[in-house]
Design a binder for this molecule. Sequence first.
Ligand SMILES: NC(=O)c1ccc[n+]([C@@H]2O[C@H](COP(=O)([O-])OP(=O)(O)OC[C@H]3O[C@@H](n4cnc5c(N)ncnc54)[C@H](OP(=O)(O)O)[C@@H]3O)[C@@H](O)[C@H]2O)c1
Length: 281
Amino acid sequence: MDRLVTYNNVEIPPFMYGTAWKKDQTARLVELAVDSGFTAIDTANQLIHYQEALVGEALLALAKKGVKRESLFLQTKFTSVSGQDHRTPYDQSADLHTQVQQSFESSRKHLHTDYLDSYVLHGPHSRWGLSQADCDVWAAMEEYYQAGKTTVIGISNVQADQLQELCDKASVKPMIVQNRCYAVMGWDKEVREICKVQGIIYQGFSLLTANQDVLRDPQVWDIAKRVGANPLQVIFRFALQIGMLPLTGTTNEQHMKDDLAVLTQFELSTDDVQKIESIGI
Ligand SMILES: NC(=O)c1ccc[n+]([C@@H]2O[C@H](COP(=O)([O-])OP(=O)(O)OC[C@H]3O[C@@H](n4cnc5c(N)ncnc54)[C@H](OP(=O)(O)O)[C@@H]3O)[C@@H](O)[C@H]2O)c1
């Protein structure tokens, strides 16, 4: 498997631990995930789904145990007003540039760090096209990248045409995309194709939860049996082998270990990969 290196030469760990929906268990689970071997953590400055400050608490506890900031890849997101409730980490009446600044600074404080490894636009304002507001937010994020405050910038929940437009218009095109990955959409084939052409790293989430039919498919069970893994591990391994960076949100220590084991424990043949690629389409 190739190392995952962004087009601006930043190496990203191949598997990421996601912190959504962990509520007051966030700190404990992030600590457990790092102790289990994860070195990349995904969060967002959005209290509806994430507890970014509790991710920071875990980082302090880990630092006390000797885990160095540089050994971790920290990714967080700017979420616009439409994706927040009343608890925005910025002044809702401020212009978008100021909102990004306030959200970024708040994330830095939550995570007790001078810099972020990856800063992600949680999603465009609409499902169709890019608005002026999206361009303004992106320009503010580009400033943080140019100033060296984040090594990577990216976008999430993006459609293929939106990603193409962003790549065409941006001064700094995204280095990563983070999307929900449905098998029925060819595992987000259109977006992944653009990523391939543009040299963007594709991060896939809900690989398990969005693809229950695939997990039940007898072909996947046959492959799992043959390689000595379980069907969930087969899906994660498949993701890795097609060049994706998977996220897992597991809350279970053994599952953390099982998920990471797919990096080294077994391989899929080209035939297996092709079979899984065609399931659900
Ligand atoms: N950008 C966005 O808008 C967005 C949206 C959603 C998610 N995300 C990110 O993606 C992360 C992951 O989200 P997700 O939707 O992929 O995952 P998830 O829903 O948080 O969890 C995956 C599910 O798979 C199970 N699981 C994982 N590994 C397993 C294993 N080895 N054996 C059995 N069950 C296993 C987990 O159960 P157990 O807990 O029992 O293991 C959990 O129910 C989030 O935490 C967040 O960081 C981003």
